[in-house]
Design a protein around this ligand. Structure first.
Ligand code: MTE
Ligand code: MO
Length: 369
């Protein structure tokens, strides 16, 4: 287990969350966030594309009201031609559709000991959708990027206060990432208009990056020539050891696999119950760093390689399966994936102050009758 070092915060840096990590019970603030920001029920892992309403949702502030007729996105900053585009104009531009697995960087947070106080995800802050819209690179090409440009800043319509700082949700991407052919300004999710909670009328989708990069409810896209210092960039979404350390930025999704819990659940504990005999264990695995190259399933500590299906795209999860003959008794099923970079999911937590990128292997406890 990684060593946990943290001290009471001096007020030198604003912090993303007001209180220190805790070993205590769930707080009413965490419950409030959990009720707003729902996860994807694990059984829905059986679907290639997550059905509408079952994709996870993470919204820091309020879902903004948008008057479609009046709405437009401004593209400007270090460009030759600034532009303002409404939804109808965007829909006349060339479109692409990209299947993408999005995962919240805080997924797995509430499994950490001590537990950082924020949205208390267990394991299901993930989903896969087909996003349709205009390639960002196409519009940046139309605008003409100045040679000194280094980043592109995306700002949402949603405003609030976090860490005592009032701001609109905003994030930047390095120019090289912004110009990738698969980065999309999406106005459709799974073939329908974006639902309000997923960024209507327009959002960014950055395949392979944790969800915070995919800014919803876009109001402006500004090309800049110096590092963006907004709250969600320089304070939140950092891998930090302590409240004082500036940390390193959270970027791409770490390799992870999840299992469709086999059998049926107990209502309150969610423990799984299944009959003895053959059962096909199934799940999904993904990584933003490189293709998933293997998934192993540990049954009471004995590891076996799962069979991998083809992914729908380079940044969409791929299915896996492993047949098991369940014998009566209590069992522990663990799955862990590896990717082409050699990264493999840890079996013990890698703690960090904001509870980011916890890709610890999932453990499913089952009772076979
Ligand atoms: N404008 C805006 N964009 C945002 C957010 C937000 O609060 N406001 N949350 C981000 C985070 S942290 C995540 S994980 C994803 C979640 O996208 P989803 O709700 O469509 O699943 O949106 C990102 N984009
Ligand atoms: Mo997130």
């Amino acid at each position: 287990m990684s060593k946990v070092i943290y001290r009471r915060r001096k007020s030198v840096r604003p912090a993303p969350h007001p209180e220190e990590p805790t070993y205590g019970p769930l707080t009413s603030q965490e419950l409030q966030l959990a009720a707003r920001n729902h996860s994807m029920p694990l059984e829905v892992l059986r679907e290639d594309v997550t059905p509408p309403g079952l994709h996870y949702v993470l919204t820091h502030f309020d879902i903004p009201h948008v008057d479609t007729a009046a709405w437009h996105v401004r593209i400007g900053g270090a460009v030759e031609r600034a532009m303002e585009l409404g939804l109808a104009a965007l829909k006349r531009d060339p479109a692409i559709s990209v299947p993408v697995t999005l995962e919240c960087a805080g997924n797995g947070r509430s499994l950490l000991r001590p537990r950082p106080l924020s949205q208390p995800w267990t394991l299901e802050g993930v989903g896969t959708a087909v996003w349709t819209g205009v390639p960002l690179a196409y519009l940046l090409g139309q605008a003409g990027i100045d040679p000194e440009a280094t980043e592109v800043v995306f700002t949402g319509l949603d405003e609030g206060i976090q860490g005592g700082v009032r701001h609109h949700y905003a994030r930047s991407l390095p120019i090289a990432e912004a110009l990738r052919a698969d980065v999309v300004l999406a106005y459709k999710m799974n073939g329908a208009d974006l639902p309000p909670q997923h960024g209507y009328p327009l959002r960014l989708v950055v395949p392979g990056w944790y969800g915070m990069a995919s800014v919803k409810w876009l109001q402006s896209i500004q090309v800049v020539a110096s590092p963006f210092q907004g709250f969600q960039q320089s304070v939140a979404y950092r891998y930090q050891h302590t409240a004082e350390d500036a940390g390193t930025p959270v970027t791409r999704i770490r390799v992870r696999s999840l299992m469709v819990p086999p059998g049926i659940p107990d209502f309150f504990t969610r423990r799984r119950h299944l009959p003895r005999g053959p059962v096909l264990l199934r799940g999904r695995a993904w990584s933003g760093e490189g293709p998933v190259t293997g998934v192993e399933v540990g049954i009471d500590g004995h590891w076996a390689p799962a069979q991998l299906d083809k992914p729908a795209g380079p940044f969409a999860w791929r299915g896996w399966s492993l047949p098991w003959v369940a014998d009566p008794g209590d069992h522990e099923l663990v799955c862990r994936a590896r990717d082409a970079t050699g990264a493999i999911q840890p079996l013990e937590q890698h703690w960090n102050y904001q509870g980011m990128g916890n890709n610890v292997a999932q453990c499913v406890r089952v009772t076979v009758e």
